[in-house]
Design a protein around this ligand. Structure first.
Ligand code: TXA
Ligand code: MG
Length: 343
């Protein structure tokens, strides 16, 4: 299949909307990462997203909407299905990098939700994404537009690296602002749970809800084993509430190791590992984001992909302090490194 390169102008976005309505797949920019969009209400189209990504079919999609009111058709009970907590978060944080989990309405196909009776919904703030959803006139199911397991794409070229020839079109937009995926919050139980941390932090959610927000346990522990999406092996005994979190993720071809410690410790570890690797003839890169999570999030996935293209074998990344947004970015760094932190 030839993958069309589309611009962000109105006529191209209209064409993209037509492709999606006809059951096709179009990658598009959002403020977090590029998404791979299909009509969320078309089971066949959604099934082809799993295929294009090589994604295990028990890993549900996020459904993207353009107006908050588009939510009612997708959740159980319609407007009555909206809790106070959900309303507060939507009013304060939508559009933006926050995904909320609701009980699903019957019109949402099982394939979209990976067989769950809940649906993940997000209203992105990126103007191209919003215009595309409006012009499509359908809710758009969109996972990150990478091959399963690889770092999420934050530029159109990174999308093409994985998806050229596998999807109908890519909207060639700008580099994503945030750079890591949205915060996923489950509001279906007694207490609000963060299933995937992102730019909307626990502290921010707690300020808005005026109550405690918990991290799903899987975010606080190192998993005993992670499943490789290519094996299709889903059961490792590691059972995060968000099915996607149990798979190998964000992982470049190079080996990634995280380095912690104060300046001196950090430097001596980098020297030691760098020299060891050079002796073996390996090409080594170092990423240090000065403990700035915003900068790290914005660049991390793009840099991992670029280092792969340049043939690096080993990437050393300096850890961030695990608080606020730093916790979220460290979640991605730990996963890219397979939890290998050099002590
Ligand atoms: O920022 C983002 O959220 C990007 C952009 C494109 O919007 N999308 C994205 O989608 O990251 P994806 O498919 O790569 O990740 C979706 C995550 C997965 O971890 C999945 O398991 C979880 O959301 N998820 C989706 N529906 C769920 C549900 N009903 N219950 C629990 N987790 C769910
Ligand atoms: Mg993803």
């Amino acid at each position: 299949m030839e993958t069309l390169r589309l611009s962000t102008n109105e006529s191209d976005l209209k064409l993209a909307g037509e492709i999606i309505r006809a059951g096709g797949l179009v990658a598009f920019p959002t403020e977090t990462v590029y998404g791979l969009g299909a009509n969320a209400l078309d089971a066949e189209a959604v099934a082809s997203v799993y295929k294009a990504k090589g994604r295990p079919s028990d890993n549900p999609m996020i459904v993207h909407i353009a107006n908050a009111t588009d939510l009612y058709a997708l959740i159980d009970g319609g407007i009555k299905g909206l809790s106070d907590d959900a309303s507060k978060l939507m009013i304060s944080l939508w559009p933006g990098p926050l995904t909320l989990i609701f009980k699903k309405a019957d019109i949402v196909p099982d394939v979209t939700t990976g067989g769950l009776d809940t649906v993940a919904i997000r209203m992105p703030s990126n103007p191209t994404a919003r215009r595309l959803i409006k012009l499509t006139g359908r809710p758009i199911a969109a996972p990150s537009a990478n091959l399963s397991g690889r770092p999420s794409p934050t530029t159109a070229d990174d999308v093409l690296e994985d998806m050229d020839g596998r999807i109908n079109a890519v909207i060639m937009g700008e580099q994503c602002d945030v750079g890591i995926e949205s915060t996923v919050v489950d509001l279906t139980g007694d207490k609000p749970y963060i299933l995937r941390p992102g730019a909307v932090t626990k502290e921010k959610l707690e300020r808005i809800l005026r109550r405690a927000v918990l991290y799903d346990n899987s975010l606080l522990e190192k998993p005993a084993a992670v499943a490789d999406p290519e094996d299709g092996v889903a059961d490792t005994g590691f059972k995060p509430k968000s099915p996607g979190m149990k798979y190998i993720h964000y992982s470049p071809k190079a080996t990634v190791r995280l380095i912690e410690g104060d300046d001196n410790e950090f430097r001596s570890k980098v020297m030691r590992l760098g020299l060891e690797a050079r002796e073996k003839g390996l090409k080594v890169a170092l990423l240090d984001y000065d403990n700035d999570p915003g900068k790290a999030a914005h660049k991390l996935f793009a840099e991992l992909r670029e280092l792969d293209r340049q043939g690096y074998d080993l990437v050393l990344i300096r850890t961030l302090e695990e608080k606020g947004f730093g916790f979220s970015v460290m979640n991605r760094m730990l996963k890219s490194a397979g939890y290998d932190v050099v002590k």
